[in-house]
Structures are given as structure tokens and as C-alpha cells.
Design a protein around this ligand. Structure first.
Ligand code: BG6
Length: 488
């Protein structure tokens, strides 16, 4: 269990805290994973008493779908751990109030003043809060460890991410910084490393001799969910590709690390991100396709197009779908394209990494032979399957594709929310599942060319796919003609 500590949540009454963070903290606490001495200080701009914050948190837990069922009396006990402070994040006062909260907890925390500062605020506040904590000496570790957790988006392009990193490093050492990418907290994403490096049979196949290409898909059925203000600024490249999809890519493509620890794993991820061929200026259309959904039908119901969503600009050029082809210039992957795609308002929610193998060198059976596929089902229906060809029973030699399937439900355990895992890791000081500064930098470099091009795409090209379909035709052309996106 972690040492006694205070979790300080900036933006504690915001949407993310309410829907994801607080339920995750409660789940960890109820399972006894947060140690014997733990408390939470919510910080916001809104004035509120400890009582009022307690009401807010309990209400959030009661209405959340992610909260584990509370044991009798648990909610009331949890409420006793909650404190609240408010103020202006640009001034000093709010940080001295936080300071006082740490002093107050010191005795109960065995004399230590360990603190995890979680920035669950709009990105424009990351820098002022980090600086404010610094001014009041709250990043100083002489009385206990101090860590900073930063939510996404980390910058909005390469330049702003570098500025943010520099601003943070004026106060914090990199070893104190935990940048969240919640995809890394997913069990099935961690399992990629377990399967690749915990078995001897996969790695020998994991290269250009055996693999034809790799497909990474993160399809979402959801539309904007009232987040137009954010999404109009972000678009699909910043929202999903720069972070979640590139992380899935890095874990799939990286070399085996020399040890299972934060330094070694993050070194390998950076190495492979650096090996990705830069997107050629002026030739973006050859390696990427953008889309925006129009009105359509999803699960039998009519849904509006992106431009009809409340809060979206008229004629908005924001992409909601992207497909991209990455080439990796290293020995392992030379000539093996990685196709990544993600979009909103697709026919269903499904995230998958499919490793598609080469056809056998000699096609001696009638009807030809198919490519074998090893598919990691990240969500839902979590599992791993291997598709290969088998003789179909009968007089003739006819081959059929069959599937060997591992399903997570075989473990009989519920999968934890990624936030629980990441929060606990940060409390324990394990940064393995948090992108390091140079990783974030590489990821922004990689998408720079795409961002420019997306921003210049003539808006009259949009919308180019109806809601409830698998994205624009240009995405099919991108992978074709001799390969096809998997039907999921
Ligand atoms: C978030 C994006 O980071 O990830 C959302 O901002 C997206 O737009 C979400 O819906 C997807 O996460 P998950 O875990 O539901 O696949």
C-alpha cells in the first residue's frame, strides 16, 4: 500500500472528477488499497464548504456507473476523508490553504506530508497551478514526496507542449510528473506487453519477415456528448490520435525492453516513435484521410451530423475521423505499414489492434489462402484471438478460417477502471504507465504535419461520412487496394 498521503484534486467539482476520478478513488479506498492514512482535498474556484463538497462527492458516487457497490456505511466513512478549499488559481492564497491542509494531516500521516496534486482542470490552468504550487514551496520534497498528475490534453501542438513541459520543469523534476493517458491504464493495453514479452512464441513472428501490416482501430459510437467547446478546439487528431492511438502503436511496435520498469519501457517507446517516418510535407493526402460525420442513423435512430451538434460552428472544418498510414524506419518494421484509424459516430464502440500476417508463400489450395490475424480486443469483449485456416470437414480440400479465442472473462474478475490503476501507480511512485516528456514531444512531432493539413482542409469536403457508418471512402482507399480494414 502507498505511504500515508493527501490527494489534492484541482478541479474537484468538474466533470472528469465527478465521472471518473472520484469513483476510482472510492473504489481503491474501499478495497483497502490506499493505506491506513489517506485524505482528499478538493480545490476549486467555486466557494463551497467541506460539507458541501462531501454532498457533491457522495452524489457523484451514487450516480456514477463506475462506482463499485458501496459496502454498508462506506460512503459515510469516505465522507470523513473529504476537505475542500477554494480560491483564485493565479494568486497565492489558495496554495497556502492547501499547505495548511497538509499541515493538518501531518500527525495522522505519521509525520509525513506526502501529496499527490491532480490537475483535473482545463489545460489553460495547468501552468498557473504548477507555478502556484511552486511559489509556495509545495513541490519541495523535504517533508514528504510531492507528485504532479496532469490530465490530457498536454499542449495543443509541439510548440505549446514544449512550453508546458518547460514551465513544469521550472518547478518539478521529471520524476515527479505523471502525465495521464488513460489508455495505458487499461488491463488489455498492459496485456500487450505481457503477451509479447511473457511468451516465447510471439516475438519471433513480430517482424517484417512474418507480418504484412498492423491495423489499430479505436471506433466510437458516441458523438459530442455536449463537449463541443472542447472538441471544436481539439478535433480527432488531438483528442485520440496524438495520445491514445500512438500509445497503442508504440506498445505494439517497440523493441523488447531490457527490464519491466518505467525507464526501460519508456526508452523503447520513444525509440520507436522516433523511427516513424515523418509525414512528407505536401503529401499528407497519400498517408492520411480525414472525415467528419454528417446526419445518419445509429442503432436504428436518426442522429444529427457534427455540424448540427449544439455549440459547433457553422461549416466547421473540425475532423471527427482520421485514418493514417505510418511507416517505421527500423530493421524490424521496414516495409510493414501500420494503419491507424479512429472516429466518432461509427457503428459501434470497439478498440482493437490486429496484427495481420503474410500469406503462406505458396497458395496450393483451391480458393487461395487468407492472412492469419492475431487480434487484441482492447474493448469491449476484451480478449485476444488468433484467426487461421483449417480444413473444412468433407471430401474436398476446402479451407475455412477458424478462430482460437482467449476471453478475459475466463479470469472471472471484473476489469478495474483505468483511472484506479493509474491513480494507485502515481500514489506508489510507479511511472511506467505514464508518458514521459520526450514521448509526448515525439508524439506531437509525429502529428504536426497532420494537424497542419487538417487545419487547411477545405471545409466543403465535409461532412464525408454519415453517422453510423465506418468513416469516409478515402480511409478505404488509404489501406487498399490489396488490404482491407477489418470488419468489426
Ligand atoms: C478521451 C477522449 O480521452 O477518450 C474522448 O477525450 C473519448 O473523446 C475517450 O471518447 C475514449 O475513451 P474510452 O476509454 O471510452 O475508449
Amino acid at each position: 500500500a502507498p505511504e500515508p498521503a493527501t490527494l489534492v484534486i484541482f478541479g474537484a467539482t468538474g466533470d472528469l472528477a465527478r465521472r471518473k476520478l472520484l469513483p476510482a478513488v472510492f473504489g481503491l479506498w474501499q478495497d483497502g488499497l490506499l493505506g491506513s492514512a489517506f485524505n482528499i482535498v478538493g480545490v476549486g474556484r467555486q466557494e463551497m464548504t467541506d460539507e458541501g463538497f462531501g454532498d457533491f462527492v457522495l452524489e457523484a458516487l451514487r450516480s456514477s456507473k463506475e462506482t463499485d457497490a458501496p459496502q454498508p456505511g462506506a460512503l459515510e466513512k469516505f465522507r470523513e476523508l473529504l476537505y475542500y478549499e477554494h480560491g483564485d488559481f493565479g494568486g497565492d492564497e489558495v496554495y497556502s490553504l492547501v499547505q495548511k491542509e497538509l499541515d493538518r494531516a501531518q500527525d495522522a500521516h505519521g509525520g509525513r506530508k506526502n501529496a499527490l496534486f491532480y490537475l483535473s482542470t482545463p489545460p489553460s490552468l495547468f501552468e498557473p497551478i504548477s507555478a502556484g504550487l511552486g511559489r509556495l514551496g509545495l513541490a519541495d520534497e523535504s517533508e514528504g514526496w510531492r507528485r504532479l498528475v496532469i490530465e490530457k490534453p498536454f499542449g495543443r501542438d509541439l510548440g505549446s507542449a514544449r512550453e508546458l513541459n518547460a514551465a513544469i520543469h521550472r518547478v518539478w523534476d521529471e520524476s515527479q510528473v505523471y502525465r495521464i493517458d488513460h489508455y495505458l491504464g487499461k488491463e488489455t493495453v498492459q496485456n500487450l506487453m505481457a503477451i509479447r514479452f511473457g511468451n516465447a512464441i510471439f516475438e519471433p513472428l513480430w517482424n517484417r519477415a512474418m507480418i504484412d501490416h498492423v491495423q489499430i482501430t479505436a471506433a466510437e459510437d458516441l458523438g459530442l456528448e455536449g463537449r463541443a467547446g472542447y472538441y471544436e478546439e481539439a478535433g480527432v487528431i488531438r483528442d485520440m490520435l496524438q495520445n491514445h492511438l500512438l500509445q497503442l502503436f508504440a506498445l505494439t511496435a517497440m523493441e523488447p525492453p531490457v527490464a519491466f520498469d518505467a525507464g526501460a519501457i519508456r526508452d523503447e517507446k520513444v525509440k520507436v516513435l522516433r523511427a516513424v517516418r515523418p509525414i512528407p510535407q505536401g503529401r499528407v493526402a497519400e498517408v492520411a484521410a480525414f472525415g467528419q460525420y454528417g446526419p445518419g442513423t445509429l442503432y436504428g435512430e436518426a442522429v444529427p451530423g457534427y455540424r448540427e451538434e449544439p455549440g459547433v460552428r457553422e461549416g466547421s472544418p473540425t475532423p471527427t475521423h482520421v485514418a493514417v498510414r505510418l511507416e517505421v524506419d527500423n530493421w524490424r518494421w521496414q516495409g510493414v505499414p501500420f494503419f491507424l484509424r479512429t472516429g466518432k459516430r461509427l457503428p459501434k464502440k470497439v478498440t482493437e489492434i490486429a496484427v495481420v500476417f503474410k500469406r503462406p508463400p505458396l497458395g496450393m489450395f483451391p480458393g487461395g489462402t487468407e492472412r492469419n490475424v492475431l487480434a487484441f480486443r482492447i474493448q469491449p469483449d476484451e480478449g485476444v484471438s488468433l484467426k487461421f485456416s483449417s480444413k473444412s470437414p468433407g471430401q474436398e480440400m476446402v479451407l475455412r478460417e477458424v478462430v482460437m479465442d482467449f476471453r478475459y472473462d475466463a479470469f472471472g474478475a471484473q476489469l478495474e477502471s483505468p483511472y484506479s490503476r493509474l491513480l494507485l501507480d502515481a500514489m506508489l511512485g510507479d511511472a511506467t504507465l505514464f508518458p514521459r516528456e520526450d514521448e509526448v514531444d515525439c508524439a506531437w512531432q509525429l502529428v504536426s504535419g497532420l494537424l497542419e493539413r487538417a487545419e487547411d482542409t477545405p471545409p466543403q469536403e465535409f461532412p464525408n461520412y454519415p453517422a453510423g457508418t465506418w468513416g469516409p471512402e478515402a480511409a478505404d482507399r488509404l489501406i487498399g487496394p490489396d488490404r482491407r480494414w477489418r470488419r468489426l
